[in-house]
Design a protein around this ligand. Structure first.
Ligand code: UD2
Ligand code: MN
Length: 575
């Protein structure tokens, strides 16, 4: 009964969402591009209306007046309350063309009020929270490149209408050298005619510099005590800013993140995961993904702040002066990508904190990038990643990264001496500290381990493989021809006797001859321990069964000392 519409697209381009599973809570699957999709979402119902009805309801041309913070009182308008729109008949073809061209449905956007209200997506306990009146003033900085006008303006309306006016210093739109004709003159005129004088500012950069530099330009002219960075296709929820500002007021060295909801790129339906909060993680491929919070990270109440490991990129607030002190962004990074990892590592390692605020919600349209990446997307991403990796990681971690990006090790990624000086000046901790304290979920293959690298079966010569968590059967442990790349074949036999691959541990759910070993998060609960004899057995300690191999892959068998199929060799031994 679920068609694709019931899925939420991960949509950070090629950076797939993979995940660490929490049993039976949220189920994940993947689309044909191996992009991970999240199932079990709550959804507002879609409205299907005809083209004529669309036109009748379309109030965009009459201009939307500013309204109070709870949105329009006409809840029947097209797309009101975060409802999506779908198309019938001849409209469908036009819509398909628009999506092809803009990677999202600009026709739908034009039909939905700029000032629509969205459903309250917060935990129910958030609704009754009250916040101090006296909080830091805020500048919201929105860089954009060729963003469709109604989408950009809906972002602005939502900020203006749903941020307490005494806290909103300004909204700064930074046009990063857009080429789109539709964004020229009408935009500045629209702003002048529709928003309170001086509240919404527009600066235009003469050439495209990428979102990282564009954010810095916006920050430089901002006057608020706090800055918040936005994408140009977002819609904020009720009381989104107060939780962030409250935490910054308590501790100025705070990066405060809201929870991202999803605005569907084809229907513009506003969706959210009821009661489910997302944390973010990364692995040695620098794939950025959604995961869950550990039990020890959940506060006294469910809606209390929770520590984060890395950040999604936009939708966070930071004290403006502190942003400068910790080195804003690496201005050597180009276009898009990597700055979110770099900033999170830096903030944690240099004495700050990165937290999630469950009561701050913001909707974001996920879509693939509609713009070009000079030199190619892969090149830009690897370039930015290399800058971050070279500055912040220790040699041992860098090697895990290079193992996945062979072109990165020798590539020229510009001068990083200023960033290294910054690290020195701020007396930052090292990456080993970060891994042990902030992101222990990810295996540091060669730390506190007896054996690591690939694990090869001496009989059939295949290696244990995690399939890079590509969701075919996410819990399974596989065997594949050995290529020894850590991302899929990196396994460690740890000093605490756990058998771990990148993000998970090998466990046995049932203990009988013929049982299949599985992968599960290491960090939750007591995990199975294993014994290993150099170039010999890998034995499940509790059951006494030995890891063997058959046609379908790894399997548990009664130990037989003579069986070659029960002999395993790691490619690196520390003893
Ligand atoms: C995610 C983040 C984004 C940023 C990015 C990695 C969220 C919701 N989004 O990207 O904030 O951290 O990962 O870098 O966390 N833009 C420019 N100039 C350019 C390219 C983009 O101004 O040359 C603008 C663009 O119009 C948009 C913003 O930068 O408003 C982010 O770009 P995106 O929406 O394509 O990135 P997204 O959501 O995949
Ligand atoms: Mn975006």
């Amino acid at each position: 009964q679920h068609d694709n519409d019931d899925f939420i697209h991960g949509g950070r381009g090629i950076r797939r969402r993979v995940m660490v599973r929490r049993e039976d809570t949220v189920r994940y699957t993947a689309d044909h591009n191996q992009r991970a999709l999240l199932v079990n979402t709550s959804s507002q119902s879609l409205v299907t209306i005809t083209a004529d009805e669309f036109r009748k309801n379309n109030d965009i041309k009459s201009g939307n007046p500013l309204i109070d913070e709870y949105g329009s009182n006409d809840l029947h308008r097209t797309g009101e309350m975060g409802r999506g729109v779908t198309f019938v008949g001849t409209e469908k073809k036009k819509v398909a063309e628009a999506i092809e061209k803009y990677h999202l449905n600009v026709i739908a956007s034009d039909l939905i009020p700029l000032n629509r209200m969205v459903p309250d997506s917060r935990l129910s306990s958030c609704a009754s929270r009250t916040y101090e009146h006296d909080l830091p003033t805020t500048s919201v900085i929105v860089p954009f490149f060729d963003e469709w006008p109604s989408i950009l303006l809906r972002t602005v309306y939502s900020i203006v209408n749903r941020t307490p006016r005494h806290l909103l210093q300004e909204v700064i739109l930074v046009d990063d050298g857009s080429q789109m004709e539709e964004l020229r003159k009408p935009l500045s005129e629209y702003i002048k005619n529709n928003f309170p004088a001086g509240l919404v500012k527009l600066i235009r950069l003469p050439v495209r510099t990428g979102l990282i530099k564009a954010r810095i330009q916006g920050w430089k002219i901002s006057q608020g005590q706090v800055v918040v960075f936005f994408d140009s296709h977002m819609e904020v929820n009720i009381d989104w800013v107060q939780p962030l500002l409250t935490e910054i007021k308590k501790n100025r060295k705070t990066v405060a993140m809201g929870v991202l909801d999803y605005v569907n790129s084809e229907t513009f339906e506003y969706r959210f995961n009821e009661g489910y909060l997302t944390r973010y993680g990364f692995d040695w491929r620098l794939v950025f993904f959604e995961t869950f919070f550990r039990q020890d990270q959940v506060g006294i109440t469910e809606d209390a702040p929770r520590p984060g490991a890395v950040m999604v990129g936009a939708a966070y607030a930071i004290d403006s002066k502190y942003f400068g002190e910790i080195g804003s962004y690496d201005e050597g990074m180009k276009v898009w990508g990597g700055e979110n990892l770099e900033m999170a590592w830096r903030v944690w390692m240099c004495g700050g904190r990165l937290i999630h605020l469950p009561c701050s919600h913001l909707g974001h349209i996920a879509r693939t990038q509609p713009y070009s990446f000079p030199g190619g997307r892969h090149h830009i991403e690897v370039y930015n990643y290399r800058r971050a990796v070279e500055v912040w990681m220790d040699p041992q971690h860098k090697n895990f990264i290079y193992d996945h990006f062979p072109d990165m090790k020798t590539m020229d990624s510009g001068d990083i001496t200023e960033r290294l000086k910054l690290k020195e000046r701020l007396h930052c901790k090292n990456f080993t500290w970060y891994m042990e304290n902030i992101w222990p979920e990810l295996a540091v293959f060669d730390r506190n381990t007896f054996a690591w690298g690939s694990a090869r079966n001496l009989q059939d010569n295949r290696c244990l493989d995690n399939h890079q968590y590509l969701f075919q059967a996410p819990d399974n442990l596989f065997a594949e021809e050995c290529h020894h790349h850590l991302a899929s074949q990196g396994f460690s036999w740890r000093q605490d006797k756990l058998l771990q691959t990148s993000l998970q541990c090998v466990v046995l759910k049932q203990m009988f001859d013929g049982a299949r070993p599985m992968l599960e998060d290491c960090i939750i609960g007591p995990r199975d321990t294993w014994l290993h004899e150099k170039n010999g057995f890998i034995k499940h300690e509790k059951s006494g069964l030995c890891l063997d191999m058959d046609g379908s892959g790894p399997v548990m068998r009664t130990c037989q000392p003579a069986a070659i199929s029960q002999k395993w060799q790691f490619n690196k031994y520390n003893y």
